[in-house]
Design a protein around this ligand. Structure first.
Ligand code: GLN
Length: 486
């Protein structure tokens, strides 16, 4: 099966003619079709497009030099625009919206020879931690289909965990790549803010959003990051920072690395199995020769509050454009324009999205702006300072990715606050703009995956990926496969 090898090995087998892109694409599409009834990971499976595209890749290989991702199948979260496919964002309001253009990351993947096999399910407009906010049904976790895969990029995480595709893209505004990666037992990277382009990613909270990567192996994440990273004239927030060779950075070196251990984050609210697993990973790093140093992030305790002010404020503004005029769904039979707007939004948005728009409008409103939004921005700066101080004494910080393993479908739907608390370890990276990598580190006593998170300074992806890869090399058993597998 394709997922037991790295994508570079798959590509090499295609390039040498041992197999071809078409049969690799057919097997990925076949697996997606076969498992979608039980997982609901895909909102659209593009059999015809994938096979046609793979055949083109095969034909090109006869003449041209083979690109890095020649024939590699990939799945894309349904809030990233791919020409010819739907972009629903898991929302009824975008319904069967078909964007007329590709996101920049998609153009770069295609130029590198990748084959897109479909669009993956997600929480509506990427708002959620369980995928239960999708207008098109919950994604099921391949480790236990009674449980959530995490969110919001749960479809991408489940597709990789179940061996349908070796890599997938998601978006991460407060943890939506890292948290589902952790709950599904795969690797997930949120790069530094500005590392890759958001052009063609439907905006949730523009100062926090970043496209991220799922894979089973850290080295596959490194390969794909090298393809999609870099400055894009279509997104002024992309940085003009050179893109290093991320794969070459995986040189196995760990001696002399300093890993920060924020003891206060391993306290109350953390599941005992998760704590034991992540502390096991800390011990592994120590055994491999890293130095573990204690660090303090005194403002991390405010991160959830700050995140749910800033993210909702930005969302309330970004989502104003969905009014029934330009995109997708429009309510029928409205007598005049204002009621058409109102009914379209009333019928088109789900309850969580409405809650966020109301929260965001509230914190931005006259009289509350200073008390909430402005204050939150000030605390955001304090949090950035915490990280700057911590990274003066360490190269990376280790935390759990999520306080619990995958919870039951339905368990937290009536308690939004409990759902929000799930993001406690992940939102800090988005608020500070720094990169975060989630790596699987074994199973809980109930047989559910646990992940640890490595956070690093701006542009430290090479170091984070190196540390993640060192762990995977030392602990190959951490790459276990779920019961639902292609
Ligand atoms: N779970 C977080 C939220 O609901 C993060 C979502 C995300 O990263 N897109 O906002």
């Amino acid at each position: 099966m394709i997922t037991s090898e790295t994508i570079t090995q798959t590509r090499d087998r295609i390039v040498t003619g041992e197999t071809n892109a078409r049969s690799v694409a057919e097997s990925a599409v076949g697996a997606a079709e076969k498992l979608n009834g039980s997982l609901n990971a895909f909102l659209e499976i593009d059999r015809q497009g994938a096979v046609t595209r793979a055949s083109e890749v095969d034909a090109q290989l006869k003449n041209d030099a083979a690109p890095v991702l020649a024939g590699v199948p990939i799945a894309i979260k349904d809030n990233i625009c791919v020409r010819g496919l739907q972009t629903s964002c898991g929302s009824k309001i975008l319904g069967d919206y078909h964007p007329p253009y590709n996101a920049t990351v998609i153009d770069r993947l295609l130029a590198a020879g990748a084959v897109i096999i479909g669009k993956t399910n997600c929480d509506e407009f990427a708002m959620g931690s369980s995928n239960e906010n999708s207008a098109f049904g919950t994604v099921k976790n391949p480790w236990d289909t009674a449980r959530v895969p995490g969110g919001s990029s749960g479809g991408s995480a489940a597709a990789v965990a179940a061996g349908i595709v070796p890599v997938a893209l998601g978006s991460d505004t407060g943890g939506s790549v890292r948290q589902p990666a952790s709950l599904c037992g795969v690797v997930g990277l949120k790069p530094t803010y500005g590392r890759n382009s958001r052009y063609g990613l439907v905006a949730f909270a523009s100062s926090l959003d970043q496209i991220g990567i799922f894979a089973r192996n850290v080295s596959d994440v490194a390969t794909v990051l090298g393809v999609i990273a870099g400055r894009d004239p279509h997104d002024a927030t992309t940085a003009d920072v050179p893109v290093p060779d991320y794969v070459a950075a995986l040189n196995g070196e760990i001696k002399g690395s300093r890993i920060g251990f924020p003891r206060a984050l391993f306290g109350r609210g953390l599941d005992a199995d998760v704590r034991a697993s992540v502390e096991g990973a800390v011990q592994t790093y120590r055994d491999l020769g890293a130095e573990i140093v204690e660090v303090d992030l005194p403002h991390a305790k405010y991160a959830i509050a700050v995140y749910y002010i800033i993210a909702t404020a930005e969302a309330s503004s970004n989502l104003a454009r969905f009014d029934g005029v330009r995109y997708g769904f429009r309510a029928e039979e409205a007598p005049e324009l204002r009621s058409m707007y109102r009914r379209t939004r009333e019928e088109g948005f789900g309850p969580e999205v409405k809650r966020r728009i109301m929260l965001g409008t509230y914190v931005l409103s006259a009289g509350y702006y200073e008390a909430y939004y402005h204050k939150a921005q000030q605390v955001r700066t304090l949090l950035k300072d915490d990280f700057r101080r911590a990274f003066a004494v360490c190269d990376a910080i280790i935390t759990p990715t999520s306080p619990t393993t995958a919870f039951m479908i339905g368990e937290k739907v009536n308690d939004p606050l409990a759902m929000y608390l799930n993001d406690i370890y992940t939102v800090t990276a988005n608020l500070a703009g720094i990169p975060g990598l989630s790596v699987p580190c074994g199973l809980s006593s109930a047989g559910l995956p646990v992940g640890f998170q490595l956070l690093g300074p701006y542009w430290s992806e090479p170091a984070l990926l190196r540390l993640g890869d060192v762990y995977q090399q030392a602990r190959p058993s951490s790459l276990a496969r779920p019961p639902v597998y292609a």
